[in-house]
Design a protein around this ligand. Structure first.
Ligand code: ZN
Length: 236
């Protein structure tokens, strides 16, 4: 069993606060909506419930075990009691960590993906950069926030992808670290916006599976995957 040291823990807390502020700045969430987490060995550090990102401090970040409980005892670095309540979407974050090799998960309430989710079953390949998310992004069916059902729906729709759109709710992306997971959240929102703009012209052309495969193969040939040890499209 691996538990993070106090330096690692402190760095993760600071990083989550910093990226939380970016969620607001980049228009991916408002107030305290959305939530982000990083995996630290056997533990997950996650933003608290109901605290606006503008007011969030490193000590407000919560720690949970893979089972969703607080790490026990005060004798280990991760053992301090949480001052706040972990995000209501903690079950969804934990389900994604259990099903993938994600090192970080970003859940947004960003307007472009929410608008798309109300009208479409998936975000199609309007641009080849969607290969960075594993391909066309599915819209998972609506299930109430904070429920195990939503966690299961998100994991199902993530199959072979590093992004999922949640109907009438938001989106989730994951990556090997928080920087990659966050970049994917920005890419997803940009793709949804681009698709909406294309719809203004009528019936937009969409890239085929073969065209996307060609992009993935060329990216691999150029060694784009080498900076990401073991990276496969759609996987962190
Ligand atoms: Zn949400």
């Amino acid at each position: 069993m691996y538990r993070p040291g106090s330096d690692e823990l402190q760095a993760a807390r600071a990083q989550l606060v910093s990226y939380g502020a970016r969620l607001l700045d980049d228009g991916l969430a408002v107030g305290s909506a959305g939530n982000i987490s990083v995996r630290l060995g056997d533990l997950v550090a996650i933003t608290p419930s109901g605290i606006s990102y503008a007011e969030m401090r490193p000590e407000d970040i919560c720690l949970v075990t893979a089972g969703g409980t607080e790490p026990g005892g005060g004798t280990e670095p991760g053992g301090a009691q949480n001052r706040e309540t972990p995000s209501s979407e903690t079950p969804m974050h934990l389900a994604i960590y259990a099903a993938t090799k994600a090192g970080a998960v970003v859940h947004t309430h960003s307007p472009e993906v929410i608008a798309l989710s109300a009208a479409r079953q998936e975000l199609p390949a309007i641009h080849y950069a969607i290969t960075g998310l594993g391909g066309p992004v599915r819209v998972a069916p609506y299930v109430r926030f904070g429920s195990d059902g939503l966690a299961a729906a998100a994991v199902r729709a993530l199959d072979g992808r590093s992004a999922v759109i949640l109907r009438n709710h938001g989106a989730v992306t994951y990556g090997r670290d928080l920087a990659q997971a966050y970049d994917r959240a920005l890419l997803l929102e940009w793709l949804a916006r681009t698709y909406r703009l294309a719809l203004c012209y009528g019936d937009p052309a969409i890239l085929s599976a073969a065209e996307l495969d060609e992009v993935t193969a060329e990216a691999r040939r150029r060694g784009y995957g080498e900076r990401r040890a073991g990276h496969q499209p759609g996987q962190p």
